[in-house]
Design a protein around this ligand. Sequence first.
Ligand SMILES: Nc1ncnc2c1ncn2[C@@H]1O[C@H](COP(=O)(O)OP(=O)(O)OP(=O)(O)O)[C@@H](O)[C@H]1O
Ligand SMILES: [Mg+2]
Length: 393
Amino acid sequence: VCLNLERFVERSNGIFGKSGTGKTFLTRIALCGIIKNRKAVNLVFDMHSEYGWQGTYEGDRDAVRGLKQYFADRVTVFSLDPESSRRRGASIDFEVKIPYSQLTVDDIILLQNELNLTPTTLETCYALLGRFGDQWFSRFLKMDSDAVTDFCDTNNVNQNAISALQRKLKVLAESCKSFLIDDSVHTVDVDAVKAIIGNLDSGKHVILEFGQHHQPLRYMLVANILTRRIHHKWVEKKERSLARRGPEPPQLVITIEEAHKFLNHELASQSIFGTIAREKRKYNVTLLVVDQRPSGIDPEILSQVGTKITCLLNDEKDIDAVLTGVSNASGLRGVLASLDSKQQALVLGHAVPMPVVVQTRIYDDEAFRTSMGLLPTANLDKLIKDDIATDFD
Ligand SMILES: Nc1ncnc2c1ncn2[C@@H]1O[C@H](COP(=O)(O)OP(=O)(O)OP(=O)(O)O)[C@@H](O)[C@H]1O
Ligand SMILES: [Mg+2]
C-alpha cells in the first residue's frame, strides 16, 4: 500500500493504538519515508529516546537502528541529557540549554494540571510578567518573603496564591536545573532554538532526545518553549515570502508522542500545538501526533487530523474518537477492534483514496535497510570476504 507522502505531510496526522501495538515503529517508518523521499524536514520530540541513535525492541534482539544510523549526514541529534545519550552509546550533536528568559506564562499555563495550579495562581503569573517582563521567572524565584508581601500589596494579588506558586516554580526550576538556566546569572552560549532552526533550514532533520528528563512535566515544558519559538520563525518566514521578500520556509513536520497531554480539551487552545493543528498548513508546519489515548485529544483538533493511522484500540471512547466524522464508521469499528495486536493498522483520510488495513512492514530488517539505501549486511559480509580474499590473492 502506498501512502501519498506529498499529501501526507501537507496536513497534520495521527498515529494511534494502545500500548505495544507498534506506534513508535510505524512512526519511525513514516519518518524514514519522509526523509528518504525528501518531502519535509522533521523535528521529533523524542520523549523516550527511541528515534535518534537506536530504539528498543521487544523480541529477539536488543535494539533497532534509529534515524541517525540510517541517514547519518541528514539527521542531527539534540539532547537534553547528554550523559544518558553517551551512556547509551549514542552520538549526539548538540546539548540543549534553555534560558529562564524564554519561559512565558503560556508555558506555565500548559503545566497547570501537572503543577496543580489554580486560576488565581495563573493570574499571579500575569501580574509578575507585567511587573518584570521577560525576567519574571528569574526575579520571582529570587524574591524573599518581604519582597513577596510588598508585591502583593502593590499589585493586589493573593499572598497564599503567590507563595504556593513560588514554591511550585522553585521545585520546577530545581528539577530542570541541568538544562533550564538562569540567564541573569549565567550566559547561555548556544541558543538551541537558533541551532535547531539552522539545521531545519539547511534541510537537516532534528531529533531531540530527552534522556532521563522524560517526565511529562519536563517534556511538555521543553517541547512547548521550543516549538513556540520555531513556529514564530516559520510564520515570519512565510509572511516574508508571501510579500516576495524571501524564500518559503521548508515544509516542517513536528512529531510529538503523548500528544493528548498538549492537545486535550482544556489545553488545546493554549498550547502552541493546538495552534499549529488548527491553522492547517498555512505556515508550512504540520504535526505528527502519536498517542495511545486519542479520546484524550480535543475533538476539534482530531477533526483537523488529515490522515489517521490506527493500530488496535480496545477502549470504546478511543475508537469513537478516531472514527468521529468518518463515513461508514460502524463498519470500521469492527475492523479496528479486530486488528492484530501488533503491526497492523487501519489507515484513513487525506493520504489514501479509501480506508485500508495495512500490515506494517518490518522495521530495520534487511529488506528495509536495502530500501532505505543502507547496504544489506549479506552484501557487506561478502564485500569484506572479497576484500580479504583479494588480500590473499
Ligand atoms: N514494524 C515493525 N517491525 C518490527 N517490529 C515491530 C513493528 N511494529 C511493532 N513491532 C514490535 O512490537 C513492539 C512494540 O512496538 P512499539 O514500541 O512501536 O509500540 P508502541 O505502540 O509505541 O507502544 P507504547 O505505547 O508502549 O510506546 C516492538 O518492540 C517490536 O518488537
Ligand atoms: Mg511507543
